[in-house]
Design a protein around this ligand. Structure first.
Ligand code: ATP
Ligand code: MG
Length: 437
């Protein structure tokens, strides 16, 4: 164990400092731009550390996405120090320093909501305890304590190669455990998105959640319904598009977190006695994991189609019994389901429209190629994705295998298929021609 002098409190004296000989973080693997930012801050008398996900990932041997810098310099100071910088952010202000295509995010130390200043006006909260604003500057120690998980709160001092640890993150990382900083329930209430982050870091590191970090998840899961749906969409992307979709999905289901995000999917999975829907969802997630980060929109279209297929078909059947024709019944079912779904996770139209087309197409594809609309169907921009989805259905036994082949042959004889599930080419052309030349 590393000597740690305190928890957050007046008796605090300093962080545990891990010398360069005791950790495996190789500074050569940090982006030169981030190191340059730190060097200039320190030269001007400010503190400057590389912090967060970059430090965590390097210690774990995972290539980091990016590097963030924490400093006691105010955003205006950073702006003055770097001509190539810009101040951004509404909830809290940060500086972005640009090095060609690379951006180094420089954040001023902030304090979180723990401690006596809980009632401070800067910590606006909802009745449920969710933090609306937390834009109060603080010390390095306070900055460490306002972070989410201990392994995300390590500060790398590039000047002397040490790691500064206020929260026991280095030991947790060595032991291999994900631990929320502070009192878990309060931290989840402040920001329920931390529950999704817990699942994501568990998948990413392969470490288990420490017992007290995991325990409240099930009970607090409904708090996710209080988070703005647009922010949840961002998190969904991070969970489902970067190579850990299957693990993340299992984590969400295991901790009852799927229900507040995708209630119809969760319900459908529970009633899925043959395991067919589960297999279908697993299969589309597997496809996303096989090509992480590639064609993200198209991956998401397939995944969400998988999420909504079971329930929408069920509702379609109800509408059919009311006398609607099958395609109209599917349209109706999707209209209602997707409208309600939007209240949970705000899915942009560029994703939602192709999902809707793809699912309606399944009903048409099921009717075979000998139908009057078949020719029109194969030229639809969502046809390629619809066929991919039919293939997945065939693989899990939800459609006859010959049907997919029949459509492929038919489409092969027809005019070429558009590549993506984007807007129809005709519309694109029209838009372009409207631009002034
Ligand atoms: P990733 O690899 O996904 O980028 P990350 O840890 O870098 O992981 P970011 O969302 O980029 O995650 O956030 C950077 C840092 O900011 C985190 O490491 C953590 O210290 C802090 N942080 C981010 N989100 C929260 C949150 N909701 N609550 C508290 N601290 C957070
Ligand atoms: Mg990051």
């Amino acid at each position: 164990m590393h000597e740690r002098t305190s928890h957050l409190g007046p008796e605090a004296t300093g962080p545990a400092v891990i010398p360069r000989t005791e950790h495996r973080l190789d500074p050569d693997r940090i982006s030169p731009s981030a190191l340059e930012v730190v060097r200039r801050l320190v030269d001007r008398g400010f503190a400057g550390y590389v912090v967060g996900g970059g430090v965590r990932d390097l210690l774990l041997g995972i290539p980091p996405k990016d590097f963030d810098v924490a400093t006691d310099a105010r955003p205006e100071d950073v702006r003055r120090l770097f001509r190539n910088s810009r101040i951004i952010g509404r909830r809290f202000r940060l500086a972005h320093v640009f090095f060609g295509p690379e951006v180094v995010e420089v954040a001023t130390f902030r304090r979180g909501s723990a401690g006596p200043e809980r009632a401070h006006p800067h910590f606006e909260r909802t009745a449920a305890g969710r933090l609306l604003r937390d834009n109060l500057y603080g010390t390095e120690q306070e900055d460490a304590f306002r972070r989410d998980f201990t392994l995300n709160a390590l500060y790398f001092d590039a000047v002397n190669g040490t790691i500064r640890d206020w929260v026991g993150g280095f030991d947790d990382l060595r032991r291999g455990v994900i631990r929320l900083i502070g009192e878990p329930e309060a931290r989840y209430r402040e920001d329920p998105v931390r529950m999704l982050r817990a699942v994501r870091f568990q998948s990413k590191t392969g470490f288990p959640l420490e017992a007290a970090t995991a325990a409240p998840l099930h009970r607090l899961a409904p708090l996710l319904t209080t988070v703005p749906p647009a922010r949840l969409f961002e998190e969904i992307g991070k969970l489902l598009l970067f190579g850990q979709a299957q693990r993340n999905f299992r984590g969400l289901v295991g901790h009852a977190l799927l229900n507040p995000l995708f209630p119809w999917t969760a319900e459908w999975l529970e009633t899925d006695s043959e395991g067919l829907h589960r297999a279908l969802v697993e299969r589309v997630l597997e496809a996303s994991d096989a090509a992480p980060g590639e064609r993200a929109d198209r991956s998401l279209v397939l995944i969400l189609s998988g999420f909504f297929w079971g329930a929408s078909r069920q509702y379609m059947r109800w509408h059919e019994t009311e006398g609607m024709d099958r395609v109209a019944a599917m349209h109706r079912a999707l209209h209602v389901l997707l409208r309600e779904q939007q209240k949970h996770v705000s899915i942009p139209r560029r994703i939602l429209d192709p999902v809707e087309s793809l699912l309606v197409h399944q009903i048409r594809l099921d009717q075979g190629t000998a139908q009057p609309v078949a020719n029109r169907l194969v030229t639809h921009p969502a046809f390629a994705a619809s066929l991919d989805f039919l293939k997945v259905r065939a693989e899990v036994g939800d459609a006859p295998a010959e049907l997919e082949a029949e459509w492929r042959d038919f489409a092969g004889a027809a005019p070429p298929m558009p590549e993506t599930a984007g807007p129809p080419p005709a519309r694109r052309r029209r838009r372009r021609s409207r631009r002034p030349v």
